[in-house]
Design a protein around this ligand. Structure first.
Ligand code: LP5
Ligand code: MN
Length: 259
């Protein structure tokens, strides 16, 4: 199992707290873009007020609104956000990242700039003693056939090589065009098919007792039975109006709204 359970004690943590007490935090779907200032200031406050006191921070995808390659770091906005995360990582809070359907082209340069450690999707971790499966979540929306076909295409390494060989402005143009197509396509889809498929979740949770994901923007805790075991699935909120995160420790997880 990759990372991680509890962090060593650090300086600067709240009085009386030990590394073992500190919560592990999960966020996703911030969709950060210079065009939407609200989530940016919320996120900076979240880093200063909440994440600095965490055992670790996991970002489960769609951190950026759109990422067409690591040369996006040439945009000062992107470089500044990356630097904020790198500062957090520099204080000793490990930061992990699973890519979403908006930022799956995040690469090594972005990992270096943010200080985050990329994880595969899905990723099974030992979370304060509970085997926990982490994912962005889009892979489990298996009823959305058009999206899954699109996903297979853009996750293909050959397709990505060809895409990345184009200039950044061309790539941004393609991303904009696909965003528009996607919005039109979503308007014609029944809401149910854009949610996760229950059987896909059952299959994924064979090794896990808890799952945490984002993508659907339908924050909730779902209790479920998998192979006769009591399990839970947490869905993270987006950050369009208010922010929100999941805080987990040895006692369990709780969803916190951050506004
Ligand atoms: O993102 P969200 O939650 O709004 O919708 C997703 C699915 N849509 C997508 C597309 C992304 O929104 C667009 C990403 C652009 C930024 C990424 C940069 C990477 C660059 C590489 C370019 C690809 O993921 C949506 C799901 C929904 O989640 C719920 O799960 O339904 O899926 C779709 O809408 C897909 C459509 O059904 C089919 C695909 C339409 C695209 C057609 C391509 C046309 C090519 C035009 C090129 C000029
Ligand atoms: Mn998503």
């Amino acid at each position: 199992m990759p990372p991680h359970a509890s962090a060593p004690a650090r300086t600067g943590m709240p009085e009386g707290a030990s590394g073992d007490d500190l919560p592990t935090l999960f966020i996703s779907d911030l969709h950060l873009t210079p065009e939407r200032p609200g989530p940016i200031s919320l996120f900076k406050r979240f880093l200063d007020e909440v994440a600095t006191h965490a055992a670790a921070l996991y970002i489960l995808g769609d951190f950026f609104e759109a990422w067409v390659g690591d040369d996006e770091l040439s945009l000062p906005f992107h470089a500044e956000i990356a630097e904020c995360l790198r500062k957090l990582a520099g204080t000793g809070v490990p930061v992990y990242f699973i890519a979403g359907n908006r930022d799956f082209l995040a690469g090594e340069a972005l990992a270096k700039a943010t200080g985050w450690q990329p994880l595969t999707d899905p990723c099974l971790i030992d979370l304060h003693g509970v085997p926990t499966l982490l994912s962005h979540g889009d892979a489990y929306c298996t009823d959305d056939g058009a999206y899954q076909a699109f996903r297979r295409q853009v996750r293909d390494p050959q397709w990505q090589r060809e895409f990345m060989s184009q200039p950044i402005d061309t790539r941004r143009g393609v991303a904009r065009a696909i965003r528009e197509k996607s919005e039109q396509a979503k308007a014609d889809k029944k809401p149910d098919i854009m949610d996760v498929n229950p059987q896909a979740i059952q299959d994924a949770m064979a090794q896990a007792q808890r799952m945490i994901h984002g993508h659907t923007h339908r924050p909730a805790r779902h209790g479920l039975r998998v192979d006769g075991r009591d399990c839970e699935r947490w869905v993270l909120p987006d950050w369009y109006e208010t922010g929100g995160y999941l805080a987990c420790n040895v006692q369990g997880c709780r969803a916190v709204t951050f506004s």
